[in-house]
Design a protein around this ligand. Structure first.
Ligand code: SAH
Length: 340
């Protein structure tokens, strides 16, 4: 087992069941996440006996960096996992800090028509440690602290719910990386039962919904998940979530030329979201050579934006990062596999 997948409670139980003091778990966490050692032997205030026990039961294996691409304010990392599978993570410099986008699965089963990740069906879920290591290794490589985390890389986080929650518990722990829950955002294509489960999670993690359409007719064409949980059900669940948690939700809306970017769509979207404590993030589509969708023109995006504003919907246009580094979900892995 990789030690970076252990919550502090796991370590406490492990220590106790081996007849050791459980407070040592906090010290071990300090070595791992504060001092960032890379060898069990460097844990100087931990007894040799405990270190030996840790060594027998855990490893500190890292992910293997296969490729790194840099562009203005953005870097993209392709990692290989112990079993040869590959995932990617993207680091973006914003004026408010460094935001990291990580993967949660190898491949994805959601099958959104515009998305590169789903061209590889889900091979497996990532373990918590494989998510923790994306943060630790990138922080080390760029020698910067990550201030914001988004679960928007390859995979559907709510199709790997338990590991994702465990991962958040590990990185949010004050003795861990201590990333604040309000600085973490989970993005989902809309798995309704998991949104319901997430309402009861005690941490104030942000929720983003990949909406991408104002009605079932368009959403069914581009997102398979809508056939399972149609838009009314999704919106009702989001309303329930907001009522329960008092948190504002983000709706992501990719602008696809001729598909969902008309003025009628904007008006319909405003009507759908009226009165909901949310904001809409309009995302210029990152075109990919394998998929025929085109991005909307700048003018169209601005018109759409204005229409939403006029209808009193909070709306922002996402800054475009990394079209040169294949930064959209799944593009780096996919291009790499094809030798590009
Ligand atoms: N499965 C989750 C999280 C991963 S996708 C989800 O669906 O939300 C993260 C976001 O990137 C989603 O909103 C997704 O629709 C969007 N996305 C996928 N491919 C894209 C592309 N080529 N250009 C812009 N956004 C894209």
């Amino acid at each position: 087992m990789n030690i970076y997948g252990q919550s502090i409670e796991d370590l406490e139980m492990f220590l106790e069941s081996n007849g050791m003091k459980k407070f040592k778990a906090k010290q071990i966490y300090e070595w791992l996440y504060d001092k960032r050692i890379s060898n069990f032997d460097d844990m100087r205030n931990i007894s040799k006996e405990t270190i030996d026990l840790l060594k027998i039961n855990y490893n500190m294996d890292m992910l293997k960096l296969i490729k790194r691409l840099d562009d203005v304010d953005v870097s993209k990392f392709l990692f290989e996992l112990f079993d040869g599978n590959r995932i990617e993570a993207v680091l973006m410099n914003h004026d408010y800090g460094n935001s990291l986008c990580i993967s949660t699965q190898v491949g994805c089963n959601m099958g959104c028509a515009f998305c590169e990740s789903g061209r590889l069906k889900k091979v497996r879920n990532l373990d918590a440690y494989e998510m923790v290591l994306q943060i630790l290794q990138i922080e080390k490589m760029v020698n910067k602290r990550i201030s914001h985390l988004v679960l928007m890389g390859i995979g559907e986080p709510f199709d790997n719910y338990d590991n994702v929650i465990k991962f958040i518990d590990i990185i949010n722990h004050p003795k861990g990386i201590a990333l604040g829950s309000r600085h973490i955002t989970i993005s989902t294509c809309g798995i309704v039962p998991k949104i319901k489960e997430f309402m009861n999670y005690d941490k104030q993690v942000n929720l983003a919904i990949s909406l991408h359409a104002p009605n079932n007719e368009i959403r069914n064409k581009i997102m398979n998940i809508n056939k399972v949980y149609p838009i009314e059900q999704l919106i009702d669940t989001v309303k329930e979530y907001i009522k329960k948690t008092n948190r504002r939700v983000t709706f992501e809306y990719i602008m696809l030329r001729g598909v969902n970017d008309s003025l009628e769509c904007a008006i319909e979207l405003a009507k759908l979201l009226r009165g909901i404590n949310c904001y809409v993030n309009l995302i210029p589509y990152n075109e990919t050579s394998h998929i025929e969708f085109k991005k909307s023109s700048k003018e169209m995006i601005l018109k759409f934006y204005d229409a939403l504003k006029k209808d009193k919907i909070n709306v922002t246009i996402r800054r475009e990062f990394g079209s040169k580094v294949s930064a959209a979900c799944g593009q780096l892995r996919s291009n790499y596999e094809e030798g590009l």
